[in-house]
Design a protein around this ligand. Structure first.
Ligand code: UDP
Length: 482
């Protein structure tokens, strides 16, 4: 009788957290079709239409289970005039969902002999339940080996260093990683008095206790970092599994109107010269201030280069569009006066979801000004497109350091004392990325990384090998015949 190995995965609230863990599940099932994955989904309010549309595309051996929704009033602190930090909100949704997670896990264990739980980094409290119920516990970090190193070493760093990380003069050193200034570490570590800091360290502690850490990078990309992690954790918990690159499905468009918008921009790209267009996007949730929006617009104009820009309405919160909350603002109303008219021969502006993978793989695209979300970095690598690193929040500054100082496949603008990147600097960097001498080397390195990424994804490449290794461990624990 054929045996099915059953595992569960738990994302945290929001499509941005759901997609990586589902894409990991899809990759697992591609390699091991005799697996079944239950995806236990904590939600804030009702699931968005894009979440439902995305889940409808799943194969039958991935089974989504929505937990009873948490309500906004339960996660917002009433005393403040602004909502809690996004990380606190996301974490709180999971905390409030724990009794339901417990129930679901118990039921899956008794019905299917569930062997392991893989949790997203904001759903780590669920791992305590996994240990209590005697199943293996894993974390999926959809980010770089360097960011994983920070999660694993942060408890030690915090003991060793008493100053605020942002005030350190000397760069921080983590085994196998490029040196990084304290102010470029993840946002959560920038203020010791903030609850976000304490919650981050608590997450680090939990990751250190897991049976394994799966993450979205590969040895050909972050060779030294992965080597150092594997040496450090050889024979101990957590086991280190670089299973990337797991690339997200580029057809994640959100509505017909957005599809039209997306296909118009591809038509526009078809009419441009090879590698002549700079693609500008801050991911699924990144927003900039009105002042930064002006500088960016005027910098792009000043560069004289062609651009394809996914514009979002400004906000004082850099992660404003993150939790699927929509607003009715028209982003075009916030652009500098006359900008669209003056740049109509040079630029194409898109105000909604862009078909990013198609854009990056298009022959007209020659550069990517990106917030350095890790998926965007990997997609750029996969397509050999060099970057301008314009990080906004989360671990994006770490990714920017990796892209520019570590991998040396991108340029990073200076930020002035008001926290703004000025138009002249943007124009200078855009020009040098699209035509300058120094980009020859950047292009050559990007090409090597593109090939390395393709190698990792081959049938017997490092990605498949590592994921199969962990899958085999799960399989050995048994399963229930079907
Ligand atoms: N994305 C897209 N169109 C958009 C914005 C984002 O297809 O208009 C996709 C992009 O290809 C990537 C993901 O959404 O796969 C964004 O992930 P990333 O890690 O770069 O940034 P985040 O959104 O998590 O900040």
């Amino acid at each position: 009788m054929e045996k099915t190995t059953h595992i569960a995965v738990i994302p945290s609230a929001g499509l941005t957290h759901l997609v990586p863990i589902i894409e990991l599940s899809k990759r697992l099932l591609e390699l091991c079709p005799d697996f079944h994955v239950s995806c236990i989904i904590p939600t804030l309010g009702s699931p968005s239409s894009s979440t439902i549309a995305y889940l409808q595309t799943l194969p039958s051996n991935i089974h989504p289970i929505f937990l009873p929704p948490v309500h906004e009033k339960d996660i917002n602190a009433p005393q403040k005039d602004q909502p809690p930090h996004i990380a606190v909100q996301v974490q709180r949704v999971v905390t409030l969902s724990l009794p339901f997670i417990h129930e679901e896990l118990e039921s899956l264990i008794s019905r299917y002999g569930l062997v392991a739980l893989v949790a997203d980094t904001f759903a780590l409290e669920a791992l305590d339940i996994a240990s209590e119920l005697n199943i293996l516990s894993y974390v999926y970090c959809p980010f770089s080996a360097m960011a994983v190193s920070l999660y694993l070493y942060a408890p030690k760093l915090e003991k060793k260093i008493s100053l605020e990380f942002r005030d350190l003069r000397d760069p921080i050193e983590m085994p196998g990683c490029v040196r990084i200034q304290g102010r470029d570490l993840i946002d959560s570590l920038q203020d010791r008095s903030n609850i976000v800091y304490k919650q981050f360290l608590e997450r680090c502690r939990r990751i250190n206790l897991a049976d394994g850490v799966l993450f979205n990078s590969f040895p050909e990309l972050e060779t030294e970092t992965i080597k150092a992690l594997q040496e450090e954790f050889k024979g101990k918990k957590p086991q280190i599994y670089p299973i990337g690159p797991i690339l997200q499905n580029g057809s994640l468009s959100r509505s017909d109107e957005q599809n039209n918008n997306g296909s118009d921009c591809l038509k526009w790209l078809n009419n441009q010269r090879p590698r002549s267009v700079l693609y500008v996007s801050f991911g699924s949730g990144g927003t900039v201030s009105q002042d930064q929006l002006n500088e960016l617009a005027l910098g792009l104009e000043l560069s004289g280069k062609k651009f394809l820009w996914v514009v979002r309405a400004p906000s004082k919160f850099t992660s404003a569009a993150y939790l699927d909350t929509s607003n009715d603002l028209n982003p075009l109303d916030f652009l500098p006066e006359g900008f669209l008219e003056r740049t109509k021969e040079k630029g194409f502006v898109i105000t909604s979801w862009a078909p990013q993978i198609q854009i990056l793989s298009h022959s007209s695209t020659g550069g990517f000004l990106s917030h350095c979300g890790w998926n965007s970095v990997l997609e750029s690598v996969q397509n050999g497109v060099p970057l301008i690193a314009f990080p906004l929040f989360g671990e994006q500054r770490m990714n920017a350091v990796l892209v520019t100082d570590g991998l040396k496949v991108g340029l990073r603008p200076k930020v002035n004392e008001k926290g703004l990147v000025e138009r002249e600097d943007i124009a200078k960097l855009v020009k040098s990325l699209m035509e300058g001498e120094e980009v020859k080397e950047i292009h050559a390195r990007m090409k090597d990384l593109r090939d390395a990424s393709a190698d990792a994804l081959r049938e017997f490449g490092s990605s498949a090998k590592t994921l199969c290794e962990v899958a085999l461990k799960w399989k050995d624990l048994g399963g229930i015949g079907k």
